[in-house]
Ligand binder design. Structure first.
Ligand code: UDP
Length: 459
């Protein structure tokens, strides 16, 4: 049986999924694809050649590469492949990709001997996809890969800008709470580092919000009990249905990893006592300078706790990997790897805390495993996630003042050693338990999967 036949036999409806080509977006979209496949849908993935996932890990899906097939097209072939500059592709394809996407969708709709297409599901940041889908009367759902809380803050960017928060220069007001979002401090808004106008990211976010509201439905990587007040607001403000599904509880993200995952440290981790190791990772995009890197290293060393530290090649500006570390830095207490199977690490009983950049996937994977966090957000949604985890659920310590070794070691010890840490761990355990309950028959997450399947089948 060829691949095409194998993926479609006995499957009566096809869903086309189109992730944003970055690790934190590809993971939940491919988890969603696996979930829908397990419910009987045929799956086609649209993807850019840039950051393409390992298709051999998904023999049950059909992949179509779109938007950047011409190696000579200078508009995208010259864009940076690493760091924040790589995001320029998103802005560009949102501007120029409409015709191509529409054409590709038309081919799918007309394809013979294949199941009919139910709907298109795109990352919410592919806002240009809404008009392409509309023009073909194809329902488009969005996958929003952040928290609901973050979406509501993003939806209020124009208001926050009008109120002067985005351009505030008065440093005396940084500790004030934001009246519109009382859990946030003014400095959290500043740390997002957005402007509304003359800023490609701000513009993309405003368009994302607009076209998410125009979509046929929103899928969130979350669960109801985690963000109940936010869900109420979303349901009040947006007519399309929302489905909250905790993807890490359905599938791991390992098969969609763009980097090879090191597993050689597991024999070492297996030997560590329960809750004794700090897992450290700052995601797939963030970078620090050499001075900050050394503060992290000294903070870890001074905490006197065992650690497993992911240092992605390119994480330290100007260095290939960990060259700036002092000789003999790694004793028996620590391991450094380039990339890890993060969900497995968080689920390991030796891991007692996660020092994270507070990207939503990392944050939510930690919640799913009941692991307390130490938060060092960089920008975007990260400061919002950090604040929500530390001040709403109190399952995290927020390192609010940058990279200072004394504060780092003290935050690690607060979670790992001090009495306060016991309370934080207990709250993280209770939150995980709420999630487990939601997954049982009749629970909110369980029902959400059923509702999504029924909804997609109804088109
Ligand atoms: N991740 C991983 N191995 C690592 C570090 C991260 O597999 O060593 C995965 C992690 O499990 C998560 C994703 O990469 O699913 C990072 O997404 P997140 O939203 O946390 O941050 P981003 O990379 O988008 O900043």
């Amino acid at each position: 049986m060829d691949n095409q036949t194998e993926t479609t036999v006995g499957r009566h409806r096809k869903v086309i999924l189109f992730p944003l080509p970055y690790q934190g977006h590809i993971n939940p979209m491919l988890q969603l694809a696996n979930l829908l496949y397990s419910k009987g849908f045929s799956i086609t993935i649209f993807h850019t050649n840039f950051n393409k996932p390992k298709t051999t890990n998904y023999p049950h899906f059909t992949f179509k590469f779109i938007l950047d097939n011409d190696p000579d097209d200078q508009r995208y072939s010259k864009l940076p492949l690493q760091g924040m500059g790589a995001f320029a592709r998103v802005f560009l394809f949102n501007q120029i990709g409409g015709d191509q996407l529409r054409h590709q969708l038309e081919l799918e709709l007309l394809a013979k001997d294949e199941p009919p297409v139910s709907c298109l599901i795109t990352d919410s940041l592919w806002h240009f996809a809404q008009s392409a889908a509309d023009s073909l009367s194809l329902p488009r759902l969005v996958l929003r890969t952040s928290s609901l809380f973050c979406f509501l803050v993003y939806a209020s960017l124009p208001l926050l800008d009008d109120l002067g928060y985005l351009s505030l220069s008065d440093n005396n007001r940084l500790e004030e709470h934001v009246i519109e979002f009382p859990v946030l401090k003014v400095k959290d808004i500043k740390k997002m580092a957005f402007k509304r106008d003359n800023d490609a990211i701000g513009e993309a976010i405003c368009n994302m919000v607009k076209q998410t509201k125009a979509s046929s439905g929103i899928i969130w990587n979350s669960f109801k009990e985690l963000e109940e007040p936010e869900l109420e607001t979303v349901l009040r403000d947006i007519p399309a249905p929302s489905f909250l599904i905790p993807f890490p509880k359905h599938f791991t993200a390992s098969s969609s990893s763009l980097l090879d995952q090191d597993r050689t440290f597991f024999p070492w981790l297996d030997q560590q006592p329960p809750n004794s190791v700090v897992y450290v990772s700052f995601g797939s995009v963030a970078q620090v300078n050499e001075k900050e890197f050394l503060e992290i290293a000294h903070g870890l060393e001074d905490s006197k706790q065992s650690f497993l530290w992911v240092v992605r090649p390119g994480f330290v500006e100007g260095s290939a990997w960990v060259e700036p570390l002092p000789d003999g830095f790694l004793g028996e207490k620590g391991r450094i790897v380039e990339w890890a199977p993060q969900q497995e690490v968080l689920a390991h009983e030796a891991v007692g805390a996660f020092w994270t950049h507070s990207g939503w996937n990392s944050t939510f994977e930690s919640v799913c495993e009941g692991v307390p966090m130490i938060c060092s957000p960089f920008w975007g949604d990260q400061p919002l996630d950090a604040r929500y985890m530390s001040d709403v659920w109190k399952v995290a310590v927020y390192l609010e003042n940058g990279w200072k070794r004394e504060e780092i070691s003290s935050a690690i010890r607060r979670v790992m050693v001090d009495e306060e840490g016991e309370d934080i761990k207990e709250r993280a355990r209770v939150l995980k338990q709420k999630l487990q309950v939601s997954l049982k028959k009749g629970g909110s997450s369980y029902e959400s999967v059923d509702a999504l399947v029924a909804y997609i089948s109804s088109f």
